[in-house]
Ligand binder design. Structure first.
Ligand code: HEM
Ligand code: HEM
Length: 244
């Protein structure tokens, strides 16, 4: 049966940028020491996730049918029924997000927003254990959700064989009776999404001072490496010594 388009370009571009930036930020945080200049990329990826999330939220109100938050299936009873069916029988098919991926998306969006906020707080002088611990907790909730999300897609594929997995690549799903896909996949809006994201990354890069490892985010200086704290501290020590 001929597939129908459900996910527009901005939603798909967002999905893959979000996935790769998350994996990049997470891996850097796990592999690279936070005193290493490469750790800067962690913050740049995180700030870019924050930016694309804002674009996605706007798109959730003005985008095409299945990109809109109003089409997300967030009824808890429907969610429980969906999970039960997944175990005992075949789950009901959805043209847009199913209840499991609607909840997964919501949790990931909240985690990403929280990570960007706690990340900015940590690097703008608000050095408190609260921000650090919340940051780590959100990162781990995010990771678990990603694992469940990808596991769920594999599980769905084994059960239904309807190539749901590729709908975030080509935007298409098997049709359902009495449901219509979208007629315009918003290619131009997708290009704009990508251009704005590149401009944002360029802006961050232009405001990055590699000597001090700082970034000027709309007038707020973010200290992107631990070295800044150390060199300031050392500077203060030398001054004190000179005064003696
Ligand atoms: C780090 C990895 C990943 C993250 C963070 C992630 C995140 C997300 C998010 C946020 C959504 C909701 C999209 C929106 O409406 O904006 C979503 C949906 C979806 N993702 Fe992923 N994803 C990841 C990996 C994957 C992979 C590897 C695949 C499959 C090849 C995939 C396939 C899908 C599909 C098919 C949907 C729509 C599900 C539905 O129609 O119910 N994702 N994902
Ligand atoms: C989706 C985005 C992000 C993810 C997944 C993420 C993930 C992580 C993880 C897993 C850690 C290691 C926690 C630990 O084991 O101690 C970490 C640490 C850190 N992150 Fe992020 N982060 C993100 C965004 C950001 C942003 C936007 C900033 C700053 C602008 C930031 C700044 C930091 C800093 C400074 C640390 C080191 C904290 C410490 O000293 O323990 N992160 N992040």
């Amino acid at each position: 049966m001929k597939k129908t388009t459900v996910y527009d370009w901005p939603t798909r571009i967002f999905h893959w940028l979000f996935a790769f930036l998350f994996l990049g930020a997470y891996l850097i945080a796990e592999i690279v020491d936070d005193e290493n200049p490469v750790f800067t990329l962690h913050m740049l990826a995180g700030l870019t996730i924050g930016f694309i999330l804002i674009l996605r939220i706007i798109w959730g109100f003005i985008g095409t049918t299945y990109a809109r938050f109003s089409s997300f299936k967030l009824n808890p009873i429907e969610f429980i029924q969906y999970l039960k069916d997944a175990v005992v029988a075949k789950t009901k098919r959805y043209l847009g997000h199913n209840p499991a991926s609607s909840y997964a998306a919501l949790v990931m969006f909240i985690c990403a927003a929280g990570l960007a906020i706690t990340g900015v707080m940590m690097t703008s002088g608000g050095e408190s254990d609260f921000y650090e611990e919340t940051h780590e907790l959100l990162a781990n909730i995010f990771l678990i959700t990603v694992i469940v999300h990808v596991g769920g897609i594999i599980f769905h594929h084994l059960k239904h064989r309807d190539s749901l997995w590729s709908s975030m690549i080509d935007g298409k799903k098997q049709p359902l009776p009495e449901k219509t896909g979208i007629t315009n996949s918003k290619r131009f809006a997708g290009m704009l999404f990508l251009i704005l994201t590149l401009m944002w990354s360029g802006y961050l890069y232009s405001k990055y001072d590699s000597t001090n490892q700082t970034i000027d985010l709309f007038g707020q200086e973010l200290v992107l490496g631990e070295e800044e704290h150390e060199s300031t501290y050392e500077g203060e020590v030398h001054e004190d010594e000179n005064n003696d």
